[in-house]
Design a protein around this ligand. Structure first.
Ligand code: TXA
Ligand code: MG
Length: 314
């Protein structure tokens, strides 16, 4: 992992890494991001693996324009108003995911909403242009560390790890605080995370509501809302009951079932994470008496997989 000055050639090289499913650390105006192709399940799984997140928090998808955002999310009238006022800039909008969106399901942790942002930083923008894909990027720090605002911060966080493949150095981040996240799914703008764009600035365009963590607002995109399949999930199965479909893992002890999807026949937990939400969606679309899920080892990304499966089974 090398720090490379983010000139045109370095950005072209970084784009190759992105297209090949690798991770690249990239400056934005808020904080450095750990970037991957948002359409590539395996690359997105690598983000979670590299950050060592015990849970699959949904990630922000970065684009370069309102037009590109419209390929992936429904831009509500409120979203258009906010995007026209503050994009490119430190504002992330949570919006309904379009059915046709060619994005990894892992990127939104199976939610039917997507957090989308248009950064003003020329390095992030050039990386998206040259890679030819939208970019998923959480802050480029190991889980539970502070967000990095210089290339050195990123390097120190991931010492000795294979990813990110390179760190593009664009100097210190101007804003230094993560983007402000606003749920714009309905006609009410709700702040989900305070950040680089102040409430006062936002309020110049429309009334802003704050999401209180203990206040249960029934609206899409709320943080505590987790993907729950329609069908009942039964965990830790060794046998499949009549009418069930099966989410299998590994090659040993897989019960016979007509509708089986295997997270990873080789028992690779990163591959399993990459497939998790995609396969749950597919199995959930089948008429069945429930989704049976085999045991998944609780190590490495298995912890995050089990966290999600446990929530989905409740
Ligand atoms: O400034 C930033 O936003 C930086 C730069 C790199 O763009 N990124 C960043 O990402 O801070 P991250 O992953 O550290 O934080 C993303 C936040 C998480 O708190 C996550 O829960 C929330 O966005 N989020 C993502 N998708 C969401 C969704 N569909 N609904 C609600 N919240 C969502
Ligand atoms: Mg973060």
């Amino acid at each position: 992992m090398n720090i490379i000055f983010a000139d045109q050639q370095a950005i072209l090289n970084a784009s190759d890494f992105i297209r090949n499913g690798r991770l690249v650390a990239v400056p934005t105006e808020t904080v450095y991001g750990l970037a991957a192709d948002a359409g590539n399940d395996k690359a997105v799984a690598k983000i979670f693996q590299t950050k060592g997140r015990p849970q699959f928090n949904p990630l922000i998808v970065h684009v370069t324009s309102i037009e590109q955002a419209e390929e992936y999310v429904s831009m509500t009238p409120l979203a258009k108003l906010l995007a026209e006022a503050f994009w490119p800039g430190p504002l992330t909008l949570v919006l309904p995911r379009k059915q046709s969106a060619n994005l990894s399901y892992l990127v939104s942790a199976g939610l039917d909403t997507i957090a989308i942002r248009c950064s003003s930083h020329s390095v992030m923008r050039d990386l998206i242009f040259n890679s030819g894909c939208p970019i998923a990027a959480p802050s480029a720090n190991p889980s539970n560390y502070m967000s990095p605002t210089t290339a050195e911060h990123v390097k120190n966080g991931f010492l000795g790890l294979p990813e990110p493949a390179i760190i593009l150095d664009g100097g210190p981040c101007e804003v230094g605080l993560e983007s402000t996240i606003v749920d714009a799914c309905t006609e009410h703008a709700v702040i989900l995370r305070h950040g680089g764009l102040s409430r006062g600035d936002l309020e110049r365009t429309c009334p802003i509501y704050t999401h209180e963590p203990n206040q249960k607002i029934k609206a899409p995109g709320m943080l505590e809302k987790h993907y729950a399949p329609v069908h009942k999930i039964r965990l830790d199965v060794k046998e499949v009951r009549a009418g069930e479909v099966l989410l299998a893992f590994g090659s040993e002890g897989v019960p016979v079932c007509e509708n089986t999807l295997n997270l990873s026949t080789s028992g690779d937990l990163t591959e399993a994470a990459a497939n998790l939400f995609k396969m749950l969606h597919r199995l959930d679309a089948i008429q069945s008496s429930g989704i049976a899920v085999m045991n998944i080892p609780n190590t490495d990304l298995g912890e995050a997989i089990n966290d999600r499966l446990n929530r989905a089974s409740k």
